[in-house]
Design a protein around this ligand. Sequence first.
Ligand SMILES: Cc1cc2nc3c(=O)[nH]c(=O)nc-3n(C[C@H](O)[C@H](O)[C@H](O)COP(=O)(O)OP(=O)(O)OC[C@H]3O[C@@H](n4cnc5c(N)ncnc54)[C@H](O)[C@@H]3O)c2cc1C
Length: 374
Amino acid sequence: MYDLIIIGGGASGLLTAALASGENMNVLVLERNNQPGKKIYATGNGHCNYLNTKAEGFRTIDRELESVGIVGVCDEDGRYYPRSREASSVVSALISAAESKGVQILCDCHVTDVIKRDGHFTVVTKDGRKFESILLVIATGGKAGIQFGCYGEGYKWAQLFGHSLVKPVPALVPVECEEDISLLHGVRVRGKVSLYCNEEKICEDAGEIQFTKDSISGICVMNLSRNIRLGENREYILSIDLFPELTEDELLDLFLHQKQVLGCGMAGLVPEKMHAYLHSRKGEDAHGPSVMTGLAKDLRFKLKGTKGWADAQVTSGGVPLSEIDEKTMESKIVEGLYFTGEIVDYDGPCGGYNLANAWRMAILAAKEIKDLSR
Ligand SMILES: Cc1cc2nc3c(=O)[nH]c(=O)nc-3n(C[C@H](O)[C@H](O)[C@H](O)COP(=O)(O)OP(=O)(O)OC[C@H]3O[C@@H](n4cnc5c(N)ncnc54)[C@H](O)[C@@H]3O)c2cc1C
């Protein structure tokens, strides 16, 4: 009988284990992959942008992470990376901190069932092993980055325990549009992006926009993707302003100047492929310069959806926060059951906010669990 079992040896599971374990708290982490923290290695392109100065609970998170040996450097946008710039440092620190306090981490341990009977939890693995505990943390993440072992199995157990579920959808993910954008494959431009739902602007962001033959991404587009909920009678349009620093009139003046000097209004202003694409979009009969500049200020794409779970960085949706005690992350339905990390319906934009959520929830749960053991 363990005091605490944590299902999922990812970011939130490992930190919960490291912080909750101690003399009166023997802790077991069950991880389905052959090593813990597999997804963390892929974060921030291998550099792990693990926190942001603007993240909720920043100071506490920073302090607690330092206590387990994660020391960071902050860039000019408030994004934290490990001093080594290697995601592997974060994983190693979490594992060392947990194991040095006696936490047992079992890998290749695919949990398939969880029940609570007679005041304790029984956790069953695919190969038939059974583990029992007084307290249980479900830290199995969402479904984003399915290649890292996240299939959303935690949702099933949450529902069996009586929780509801906000439909999980891929977020921080490239978007797909109805228009043929193969001409734009490989293009990167800077601009402002706006998302419209049924003609109403719902959000905007700015930054680098990247095109592949069938999708549009870049941090600003990925951030907007968190707001897409495709369904009946909902039409989404992504509008790109390639010249956010100029008004339409200023752009027209610049266009006419380029045309006079170089013979072509967009020469040197946008990449060649974008120029060709704008021409293809403006239509054979639309000759006036204002048609081209109008397009460049409001280049619209009708969205047919987003890429899937393998391309998503985070899950939007999950176990509703309203059913969890936000101070302790304990279920309001089942005593002794906790949810931490991406399994909870609480996601953030790119920039270290999602790992920050995972850490913050882990710290809250661990504090409560530690207090219980005293
Ligand atoms: C490519 C990529 C890049 C990212 N980059 C960043 C970034 O730079 N900054 C940032 O803040 N966020 C980033 N994220 C998001 C961030 O990684 C996640 O939000 C965070 O890891 C969630 O932590 P978690 O502990 O809830 O879940 P996870 O880290 O996903 O861990 C869940 C663990 O549970 C295990 N598990 C699942 N089911 C079972 C089961 N049935 N039995 C046993 N174990 C199970 C999984 O194998 C996994 O190890 C990125 C995500 C991806 C995919």
